[in-house]
Design a protein around this ligand. Structure first.
Ligand code: GLY
Length: 316
């Protein structure tokens, strides 16, 4: 395989994001990008790096994934996650899983230990426990902020649409998803995405994140993508695959993500964000919501931002 400059790129969710979460969100994505990159430096694969970065994001309570997941209408945590490796194009995913700290670990077990791609609900939980994943008290995943958001949603009877529409942003609403896309030094790619979904979702609702081609996509011939935003819009526009198809047609990662997000907005008024890395190491972070925390490590530098147009750089 050819030598490629390795890249680990992560996001912490595309939505409005209130000021009180900016600093914690930026720290969270910077830590996760460093964590994933260290795995590569230590000889791990692209898949190992994507999983490690997303575990780090799931463990940060500022994000809607793992600890910090938002609540369903009946005040439960139900999480979705995917992992996909671009060499074999194998994928594993879980939907509406409860009582586990790191859904991405279960997604990887689905990929590696079953003939299936997606396990949901009770079946996913049973599988996780059978494969040594610790069952945690759901209260340990619930933050005061997640409770506050559900209470606010119910009080004002908001629509899910208002959570992501940048023309109708209610400061502090939304809350969405984490993800990672990786190309390693051998040109192997992987992606992982994890989420608590959207506040006040119906019990049993599964979003875009665990759906191949919507919440994530990886193919060594093209690159890797992880998406975030309004799950129903992302599923309907096959956002991750749409971006990969643009890259496959020769567009750079930046143009590919811009055009696919613009398509989702123009065709179905959907808003969100995406990170992408091509198999050559071309990287993009993009969003059509008011903010999205992102970070990536490339050529010994850590790049990061959260506001439109912001791009800071520091030593890795
Ligand atoms: N993008 C996360 C969700 O809608 O579930």
């Amino acid at each position: 395989m050819s030598e490629v400059e390795p890249v680990v790129v992560v996001h912490g969710g595309a939505w409005a994001i209130p000021e009180k979460l900016w600093s914690e969100s930026l720290d969270g994505v910077k830590t996760a990008a460093r964590c994933g990159y260290k795995v590569l430096k230590d000889g791990g694969s692209a898949t190992d790096a994507a999983e490690a970065a997303v575990i780090s994001l799931e463990d940060c309570p500022a994000f809607d994934a793992g600890t910090g997941s938002v609540l369903t209408f009946d005040e439960q945590v139900e999480m979705d996650a995917i992992i996909m490796e671009g060499t074999t194009m194998k994928a594993g995913a879980v939907g509406a899983i409860r009582n586990v700290k790191n859904p991405v670990k279960v997604a990887r077990l689905v990929m590696e230990k079953t003939p299936h791609v997606l396990l949901v609900g009770e079946g996913a939980n049973k599988f996780a426990i059978e494969h040594g994943i610790e069952e945690v008290d759901p209260d340990t995943l619930i933050t005061p902020y997640a409770k506050e958001k559900l209470a606010k949603f119910k009080q004002y009877n908001k629509t899910v649409y208002s959570l992501f529409n940048k023309f109708d942003p209610v400061e502090g609403d939304g809350h969405d998803t984490v993800g990672c896309a990786v190309v390693d030094g051998s040109g192997r790619t992987a992606c992982a995405t994890s989420t608590g979904g959207i506040t006040a979702k119906m019990p049993g609702r599964v979003g875009d994140s665990p759906i191949v081609g919507a919440g994530g996509y990886a193919d060594d011939i093209v690159g890797a993508v992880s998406t975030t935003g309004h799950g129903e819009a992302i599923i309907r526009s096959c956002l991750a695959r749409h971006i990969a198809a643009n890259m496959s047609a020769g567009k750079g990662a930046l143009t590919a993500t811009e055009e696919s997000l613009a398509y989702m907005e123009a065709r179905i008024n959907g808003f969100g964000g995406a990170i992408a890395v091509s198999c050559k190491g071309d990287v993009a972070t993009n969003f059509s919501t008011p903010r999205m925390p992102w970070a990536y490590v490339k050529e010994g530098k850590l790049h990061y931002g959260i506001h439109p147009g912001q791009h800071e750089v520091e030593d890795y």
